[in-house]
Design a protein around this ligand. Structure first.
Ligand SMILES: NC(=O)c1ccc[n+]([C@@H]2O[C@H](COP(=O)([O-])OP(=O)(O)OC[C@H]3O[C@@H](n4cnc5c(N)ncnc54)[C@H](O)[C@@H]3O)[C@@H](O)[C@H]2O)c1
Length: 673
């Protein structure tokens, strides 16, 4: 069997190296590809490393079963799909090989020599080096077009960031394929140009250096610097703890030394890192529950320096042109689990950020202040951080919402950028239609950002807030060019409302939990057209329970009731583009949302609303039934007004607070039952 997708077939995967990270990379492949019958082979020269790798994979799967991430039989199948061996011959039919052995050029050269002799001529060769550029790793490979660096992050089976680093000879079609492939298997890939350390390692290792220098300066000890960096940058764990977890000291020592000549002179291996590597011991960081004490002066002195170094590094990286603000902002959040830098600079003020970097550069010879930061600070403007991306595919613009951490939830920035993008599409004579989609495989749009909804203080404010985002949906609906929604995952609340504003909807096949209007669970009603467009699109009788009971329906059910036009098994985007062209040529007719009042049947189906608020349900019924008697335009305004009225109920506060505190699974204890 194989995974045949995006014009290629992956039949067998090889992972070379069963050390810290190799088994985790293999486990991720196996979790995502076992169902397609794609086996994963892990090769190492040491049997002991293979045994340890296999044991680690097995225990990670056992934990995943405990946490109900996988069922027991799935976990068994995933583990059995992996083979741990010293025999390179087992790679003779592997058509995608990724190397995760020692961070040494001679070792990587030897391994790929062996792969070239063993694997099919067209096999993809990737290295998970943390620093080395593809041009050097694959120097001796005949067909360099198939060679690339794919840089994973700890823990590789769960961390969704991968850097896709193409070399000057890498085939652009392979790069395009791998970007799609990695998104398909649940990663958030960013494309990075070839430069030593790429973006991720430079920041990961640079932060350890910045923290180490505060220690060498006598400002803090390891525990303090670790805890302060963690707090100041909102990191999952501090830089020293992260190095303990990833076993990264020797690799960082080597990396920082090379960056000294290759990137900027400030980078170097600090003495305390050299000593630590010599000792072979982990850093003495605080235990999980252990509090670390420091006074406010220590916090300020250390955090200012760490922020200065952080902002300075990311600006230098963007200025180098290897990546961009949008990618880095997303990647550092999901991959290094820390507050994204450009948003953070916007919050404290870019001028203040520049001052921190400037002060850092004055104290640290060889630290560069990027020109882009100087310019931005002088402009008095915040950084522009893209979350909506447009890519033109011939006459069709592909628009993608990308906020993977919150499953592409809608916030003000998303609406603002969607408005800009769609206005440009409307004006662009080369573009005849658009595809609207979300990043990844889990969600098209998970809904509106709940934090943003909870900020609305008065009914008038809430009504205005709805009308503002609604105007973006109205723009999409009345664009004058077809917009096909490619629903790559679930669409809840505002996600479904946005999809309904499109000319047609197609979805990834087999989604059990696909579409819902879950607003009543939060003590509100839909505020972006759900109560108006859904009955107009699928009829009042079918819309009635979906709107009132807040339960999700599957993609198969959505197709049955004509909410979507097609369930797609293959490349969703390709099919969506075909739909745009079919609509343009008149080959298909798509349902039009009626702009006039619609009939309401004399008897509507009974709906069991369970624990949901009766008060909110009565507001919801009013929006649906009164809206049906109006034009769409009037109905949408009425809905926004009634949405505002929800703020006058106790149940809205109860619903919102419950959601923010307990998440979507716990039922709110509404007053009006
Ligand atoms: N550890 C991390 O979190 C991390 C993150 C990103 C990238 N990386 C990169 O991944 C690679 C591996 O890192 P690691 O931390 O797992 O290293 P490691 O030293 O823990 O493991 C390397 C493994 O490679 C094996 N090996 C060496 N030569 C081999 C050969 N010729 N054939 C097969 N196996 C061979 C070794 O026996 C060892 O088990 C490095 O290039 C590193 O820079 C590591």
């Amino acid at each position: 069997m194989a995974l045949t997708m995006f014009g290629r077939a992956i039949r067998k995967i090889g992972v070379i190296g069963s050390g810290n990270i190799g088994p985790d990379i293999a486990l991720h492949f196996s979790q995502n590809l076992y169902a397609h019958g794609v086996p994963v082979v892990v090769v190492d020269i040491l049997q002991a490393a293979l045994d340890a790798g296999s044991k680690k994979a097995e225990s990670k799967m056992a934990k995943a079963v405990e946490k109900s991430v996988f069922k027991k039989d799935e976990a068994n199948a995933i583990f059995k799909n992996m083979l741990f061996t010293t025999d390179y011959g087992k790679l003779s039919d592997a058509n995608f090989v990724i190397e995760a052995a020692f961070e040494r050029m001679d070792v990587k050269h030897k391994i790929f020599d062996q792969c070239q002799a063993t694997c099919p001529k067209t096999a993809i060769f990737a290295s998970n080096s943390s620093h080395m550029v593809p041009e050097e790793i694959f120097q001796k490979i005949e067909n360099k077009g198939r060679c690339i660096v794919i840089h994973y992050f700890f823990p590789a089976e769960r961390n969704i960031w991968v850097e896709v680093v193409s070399g000057k000879d890498t085939d652009p079609a392979l790069v395009e394929y791998l970007m799609k492939f990695y998104e398909f298997i649940g990663k958030a890939p960013t494309l990075v140009k070839s430069r030593y350390g790429y973006a991720g390692s430079v920041i990961f290792e640079g932060l350890l250096l910045a923290a180490a220098l505060t220690i060498e300066k006598g400002l803090a000890n390891v525990k303090q610097a670790d805890a302060i960096a963690q707090k100041a940058l909102g990191m999952g764990v501090g830089p020293f703890t992260a190095h303990n977890l990833a076993g990264g000291n020797p690799i960082t020592q080597q990396g920082l030394s090379e960056m000294h000549t290759k990137l900027m002179p400030w980078y170097r291996s600090p003495k305390i890192l050299d000593d630590q590597v010599k000792s072979g011991k982990p850093w003495e960081t605080a235990g999980k529950e252990e509090g670390v004490e420091y006074n406010p002066e220590t916090y300020e002195a250390v955090s200012n320096r760490i922020m200065g170094a952080y902002f300075g590094m990311v600006c230098e990286i963007v200025e180098s042109g290897i990546t961009n603000i949008g990618d880095l902002e997303m990647a550092l959040d999901v991959g290094l689990v820390m507050t994204s830098p450009f948003g953070m600079m916007n919050r404290i003020g870019v001028k203040k950020a520049f001052e921190l970097v400037d002060a850092y550069a004055k104290e640290n010879p060889g630290f560069k202040v990027a020109e882009i930061l100087k310019k931005q600070a002088a402009s008095g403007q915040p950084w522009k951080i893209p979350v909506v991306f447009r890519e033109d595919k011939g006459n069709v613009a592909l628009v993608k919402i990308r906020r993977p951490k919150v499953l592409n939830a809608l916030n003000e920035e998303v609406f603002k950028q969607l408005r800009e993008v769609f206005i440009n599409i409307q004006k662009d004579p080369k573009i005849q239609g658009a595809v609207l989609t979300g990043f990844g495989t889990r969600a098209f749009v998970s809904g509106a950002d709940i934090g943003m909804l909870a900020l609305q203080k008065t009914p008038e404010e809430a009504e205005a807030f709805c009308l503002k985002s609604l105007s973006v949906l109205n723009l999409i609906e009345n664009l004058g060019k077809p917009v096909v929604c490619a629903m790559n995952g679930l669409a809840f609340g505002g996600g479904n409302e946005m999809a309904m504003a499109c000319s047609a909807r197609i979805a990834k096949k087999g989604q059990k939990v696909f579409v819902a209007q879950p607003e009543p669970r939060l003590g509100i009603i839909p505020g972006n057209g759900g109560t108006q467009r859904l009955p107009r699109l699928i009829g009042m009788e079918k819309a009635w329970p979906i709107l009132r009971n807040a339960n999700p329906i599957s993609s198969a059910q959505a197709k049955e009731i004509d909410l979507i036009q097609e369930e797609v098994e293959g490349d969703l985007i390709e099919v969506a583009i075909e739909w745009v062209n079919k609509i343009l040529s008149g080959k298909v007719r798509v349902p039009q949302i009626k702009k006039d009042p619609i009939p309401v049947p004399s008897k509507l189906p009974e709906v069991d609303i369970g624990h949901l608020s009766r008060k909110i349900d009565s507001l919801l019924q009013r929006a649906i039934l009164e809206g049906a008697k109006m034009t769409l335009e009037e109905g949408l305004k009425l809905e926004a007004k009634i949405f505002g009225e929800c703020l006058l109920t106790q149940d809205m506060r109860i619903g919102m607070d419950n959601f923010l505190k307990n998440g979507p699974r716990v039922n709110a204890n509404f007053v009006h039952k």
